[in-house]
Design a protein around this ligand. Structure first.
Ligand code: HEC
Ligand code: HEC
Ligand code: HEC
Ligand code: HEC
Ligand code: HEC
Ligand code: HEC
Length: 387
């Protein structure tokens, strides 16, 4: 009898936890809904939410029902993609045309110019009133920004399910004790709990260390096209790498050395390169998202590694010439730096940087020191990397 009473506070707690989970679930869902459907009224002059919604449905290919051909969104994606989608994204189009009137937008969509555009915007038959609403939707998109990313519904459901398993296993172990072999609920408890921890950890590390981090850049600049296909030297654009601490990101003027002539890309058409010209003409800097970023307490210099040690960029940055989207290849952890200093031999004899190390030179010759690694040269002293 006593045991049954014990169950009540437990059940109470259980439903309480469930309530919290569900509230959280709906709260996040609602939040994403509110920012996702851009339903703040009156944002676009003289247009109702109904207009915005209708424009959105058209853009998504849900209207009209009997439409032929692809929807706008199938080329102009709303969400960032893992592989480079060369077509302009929906937000990029929206931002370009928010300043412009409908006639200009209509001409851009309906009278395509350039190879790429002629191929993709072929035989568009769009009634003017529909296209007007598409522009209303895009204008609204430019003002409100993209919908916030929310954790996928499958992950949330899985998380809740694991939570239920854990609760059941605990309840079985402590209160019900119906199953003979205690090992079964124990295993279920450990496995489900472990998996939940793993889910939390993966979500959390997405926020921290940034190996593999590859954000959407303001221009679809491809290292594959430039350093790979067209064999442009890394130092042509990152020309400070040999002499200074930073490799630097090229200014738009440098792009213009070539793009004053090249106005249409094979993959992207005119849209992306037009951004360069626009930035130079209006003197608006392009704000590239920075990928590699050591903490402030670490000192790193490209001059030492590229200039003096003559290391290939690829040693640290991976096969950049194959990347359409730039990615951070290594984790830039302290262990990563230290290990390479242990392994990498310095070109000791032919390096004017080390002329003053005459005694050491003799030691290597006579075999007193084993290998002239970067570590031997003092590269692993704390003070070399930390101020
Ligand atoms: C035509 C000019 C150009 C050439 C050639 C070029 N880059 Fe870049 N690089 C850029 C631009 C622009 C960015 C910023 C946009 C980006 O991250 O994709 C960049 C970014 C980078 C970054 C990331 C910087 C960050 O945000 O942390 C690395 C690393 C890099 N380049 C390495 C290389 C290497 C290695 C090569 C040669 C194989 C090379 N680049 C050739 C223009 C160039
Ligand atoms: C040394 C010459 C040179 C420089 C400098 C240069 N590019 Fe290019 N770029 C090219 C060539 C060549 C192409 C390929 C054109 C084609 O597809 O036929 C190209 C293509 C492109 C494309 C279209 C890619 C595609 O395949 O559709 C973009 C976008 C672009 N460049 C951006 C930039 C930016 C941004 C910079 C400055 C950071 C820059 N370029 C600097 C030579 C250059
Ligand atoms: C088959 C793919 C495809 C579909 C479908 C498509 N587009 Fe495009 N669109 C493109 C490409 C590719 C470009 C860029 C071509 C270039 O810059 O040369 C582009 C460019 C644009 C531009 C910018 C033109 C400029 O240079 O400023 C607008 C606006 C646009 N599309 C609107 C739409 C709308 C609205 C729809 C739906 C009715 C749509 N697109 C459907 C591929 C597509
Ligand atoms: C020994 C490893 C190593 C080598 C070799 C190396 N880099 Fe880097 N690179 C780094 C690290 C680490 C960072 C991050 C620096 C920071 O955050 O202060 C970085 C950052 C960058 C950046 C971002 C802007 C900046 O300067 O901070 C660019 C661009 C870049 N590297 C290009 C190059 C190019 C081009 C080469 C070859 C000429 C090269 N790197 C060689 C390790 C290396
Ligand atoms: C791919 C191998 C490699 C990696 C990775 C590497 N280094 Fe080095 N590092 C070297 C070599 C080789 C030298 C010797 C340089 C020379 O010849 O002057 C060196 C030298 C140094 C020095 C000594 C400069 C001096 O004044 O003596 C510092 C500081 C340094 N590295 C910092 C770093 C930091 C910080 C990182 C990690 C973010 C790092 N390195 C990652 C290869 C590497
Ligand atoms: C070759 C360069 C290098 C040398 C030598 C080096 N460090 Fe570091 N250290 C780093 C880098 C890079 C980081 C940043 C790592 C990260 O963000 O994960 C770091 C981070 C740290 C941190 C902070 C850890 C954190 O989580 O933020 C401490 C503490 C530290 N180092 C202590 C030392 C001590 C003590 C020594 C000497 C025994 C030393 N380091 C030598 C490159 C170096």
């Amino acid at each position: 009898m006593r045991r049954y009473f014990l169950v009540f506070p437990f059940l109470f707690r259980f439903s309480f936890i469930l309530l919290i989970i569900l509230t959280l679930h709906f709260a996040t869902g609602k939040f994403a809904f509110a920012s996702g459907n851009n339903s703040q009224p009156g944002l676009v002059n003289g247009h109702s939410n109904e207009d915005i919604k209708r424009g959105q449905r058209f853009f998504m290919g849900l209207l009209p029902f009997d439409r032929k051909g692809e929807s706008c969104v199938s080329c102009h994606n709303l969400k960032p993609a893992d592989t480079l989608n060369w077509n302009p994204s929906a937000i990029a189009i929206a931002e370009k045309y928010i300043e412009k009137d409908f006639a200009e937008f209509q001409a851009a969509v309906m009278q395509p110019s350039g190879k790429k555009m002629e191929a993709s915007h072929q035989n568009f038959e769009i009634p003017e009133e529909d296209l007007k609403l598409v522009k209303v939707y895009l204008d609204n998109l430019a003002m409100t920004g993209l919908p916030a990313e929310k954790p996928s519904i499958n992950n949330i459901l899985l998380f809740i399910f694991l939570g239920l398993l854990i609760t059941w296993a605990l309840a079985e172990l402590i209160f019900f004790r119906k199953i003979k072999h205690k090992i079964i609920p124990t295993i279920i408890f450990v496995a489900a709990f472990g998996f939940q921890v793993k889910m939390i950890v993966t979500e959390a590390t997405k926020l921290g260390r940034s190996q593999g981090y590859a954000p959407d850049q303001p221009i679809k600049f491809s290292h594959k096209v430039h350093a790979g296909d067209n064999k442009i030297d890394c130092l042509y654009c990152h020309h400070t790498a040999e002499q200074s601490k930073s490799a630097g990101i090229p200014a738009m003027n440098l792009c213009m050395n070539c793009h004053v002539l090249i106005r249409e890309g094979t993959n992207s058409g005119k849209f992306e390169i037009a951004k360069i010209v626009n930035a130079v003409e209006h003197k608006t800097p392009i704000e590239w998202m920075r990928l590699h970023n050591l903490p402030d307490h670490v000192f790193f210099s490209h001059a030492v590694h590229v200039g003096s040690a003559k290391l290939d960029c690829q040693k640290c940055h991976g096969p950049v010439e194959e990347m359409d989207i730039m990615k951070q290849q290594n984790d830039l952890s302290m262990g990563w730096c230290i290990n390479c200093h242990r392994e990498t031999q310095v070109d000791f004899a032919n390096n004017p940087y080390f002329e003053s190390y005459a005694q050491m030179h003799e030691d290597f010759k006579s075999g007193k020191r084993a290998k002239p690694t970067a570590e031997e040269m003092g590269a692993n002293d704390c003070m070399k990397c930390h101020y």
